[in-house]
Design a protein around this ligand. Structure first.
Ligand SMILES: *Cc1c(COP(=O)(O)O)cnc(C)c1O
Length: 370
C-alpha cells in the first residue's frame, strides 16, 4: 500500500456533505466578500482561540505582514527596525518582516524543540531590536512564558506566527493569545485548512484590531474613505463558510494527530532515527512529525522504496536562499544542520492504524536494504 505524505482529498472527503452545503449557502446568498460568513467565522475562531478579536485576511503571510504594518501605522515600528525571527522557519516569516520595511534578524533555535531559544534570543537583542516573531514550529508552542518576560523587560513587541499551531495550548491558553498579536494561515494543508488561501490575525488589542481591519480592506473603515494606504487581503465568504465546517472538527483532528504521533514516538526505536523531543507535549498539535537522521536522504529513499512519501521542512534555510543574498554570509550552524537532517513522516487526521503501522515498520527496517 502506498502512503501519501498528506492526502488532502481524503481529509476533506470526510466532510464532503457539510462542505458542499456551506458552499451552496454562499453561492445562493449572492454575497461573496466581507459578509455574514466572514463575520461568523471571525467570532467562532476568536472564541475557539480565546482571543478578543479575530480578523480574516487573504493568507498567512498577509496576516503577519498586516500586523507589522498596523504597528507601523500606530507608530510602534518604523523603517529599519529589527525583528528577531527563528532562523529555521518557512520563508514567510522573514518575508513579512522585509515587506514591511523592517529587518529580519535570524536567531538559532533550541535544538531540542526546534523553536526559538530564549537565551539565544536575548543575546540577539540589539539597540534597533523592536519585536520578536515566535514561530510555533511543527505545531509545538515556543516557550512563550520566557519570551514574554524577555519582551516585557526589553520593551519589545511579541508576535506569534501560529500558522502551524491552531489549537496548541500552554498553561490553559491557546496559540493566538500568547503574545501581542498572532498570525494564522488556513492554507489547505495546515491543521485548520480552507479549500484555497486564507488567514487570520488574532489580538486582544482593540487599536491593533481596528487597524488591521482597515488595512486589509484598502485602509478603509467607511466605503470610499481611506485613512491609510491599505491592501486588498480579505478572507472571502466561501472560504469562511468552509472554514466554519472545518473548525467544528478541529479538536477531533488534533486528537487523531496526537494518537498517530504517540504511536510513532512509542514504536519507532531505531538508533539512526532521532525522534522529536517534546518539552511541551500536552499542548502539541503535531502539524508535522519531524525526525532527524544524519543519513536523511538515504532514509527518505528507503521509505520511498516502501511506498511511503515523506517531505523535508525545509531543505534550504532562508539565509541560504538567493532571495536573501544579504544574509548569505551568516553562519548559523545549528540551523544548517537541522535543514540537512530533518525528515517529516506522513501525518494526517485521515491516516489509519494500518498505515501508521506500515510507516513504523519501514522506519525500523532502515539500514537492512543499505
Ligand atoms: C504556511 C506558513 C506561513 C504562510 O502562510 P500562507 O497562508 O501560505 O501565506 C507562515 N509561516 C509559517 C510558519 C507557515 O508554516
Amino acid at each position: 500500500m502506498s502512503i501519501p505524505f498528506y492526502d488532502l482529498k481524503q481529509v476533506n472527503a470526510r466532510y464532503a456533505d457539510e462542505l458542499k452545503a456551506a458552499a451552496a449557502r454562499v453561492i445562493d446568498s449572492g454575497w461573496y466578500v466581507l459578509g455574514e460568513e466572514v463575520a461568523a467565522f471571525e467570532r467562532e475562531f476568536a472564541a475557539y482561540c480565546g482571543a478578543r478579536h479575530a480578523i480574516g485576511v487573504g493568507n498567512g503571510l498577509d496576516a503577519l505582514a498586516l500586523i507589522l504594518r498596523a504597528y507601523r501605522e500606530l507608530g510602534m515600528l518604523k523603517d529599519g527596525d529589527e525583528v528577531l525571527v527563528p532562523a529555521n522557519t518557512f520563508i514567510a516569516t522573514f518575508l513579512a518582516v522585509s515587506q514591511s520595511g523592517l529587518v529580519p534578524v535570524p536567531v538559532e533555535p533550541d535544538p531540542a524543540s526546534f523553536n526559538l531559544d530564549p537565551a539565544r534570543t536575548e543575546a540577539a537583542i540589539g539597540p534597533r531590536t523592536r519585536a520578536i516573531v515566535a514561530v510555533h514550529l511543527y505545531g509545538q508552542l515556543a516557550d512563550m512564558a520566557s519570551l514574554s518576560a524577555l519582551a516585557r523587560q526589553h520593551g519589545l513587541l511579541l508576535i506569534e506566527d501560529a500558522a502551524q499551531a491552531h489549537g496548541a495550548v500552554q498553561d490553559g491558553r491557546k496559540a493566538g493569545t500568547l503574545g501581542d498579536a498572532a498570525a494564522f494561515s488556513f492554507f489547505p494543508t495546515k491543521n485548520l485548512g480552507a479549500l484555497g488561501d486564507g488567514g487570520a490575525v488574532t489580538t486582544a488589542d482593540d487599536a491593533l484590531a481596528r487597524q488591521v481591519t482597515a488595512l486589509r480592506n484598502y485602509g478603509s473603515e467607511t466605503k470610499y474613505q481611506h485613512r491609510f494606504q491599505g491592501v486588498n487581503s480579505r478572507l472571502d465568504e466561501l472560504q469562511a463558510a468552509l472554514l466554519r465546517v472545518k473548525l467544528a472538527h478541529l479538536d477531533e483532528e488534533i486528537a487523531r494527530r496526537r494518537a498517530v504521533a504517540r504511536r510513532y514516538r512509542q514504536e519507532i526505536g531505531h538508533p539512526a532515527i532521532g525522534l522529536p523531543a517534546v518539552p511541551r507535549e500536552e499542548g502539541h498539535v503535531w502539524h508535522l512529525f519531524v525526525v532527524r537522521c544524519a543519513r536523511r536522504d538515504d532514509l527518505q529513499r528507503h521509505l520511498q522504496a516502501g511506498g511511503i512519501h515523506t517531505q523535508v521542512h525545509y531543505p534550504v534555510p532562508t539565509h541560504r536562499q538567493p532571495a536573501y543574498a544579504a544574509l548569505q554570509e551568516l553562519s548559523l550552524p545549528l540551523t544548517e544542520r537541522l535543514h540537512a537532517e530533518v525528515l517529516s513522516l506522513p501525518l494526517s487526521p485521515a491516516l489509519d492504524d494500518t498505515a501508521v503501522g506500515q510507516v513504523i515498520a519501514a522506519c525500523q527496517a532502515f539500514g537492512a536494504d543499505a
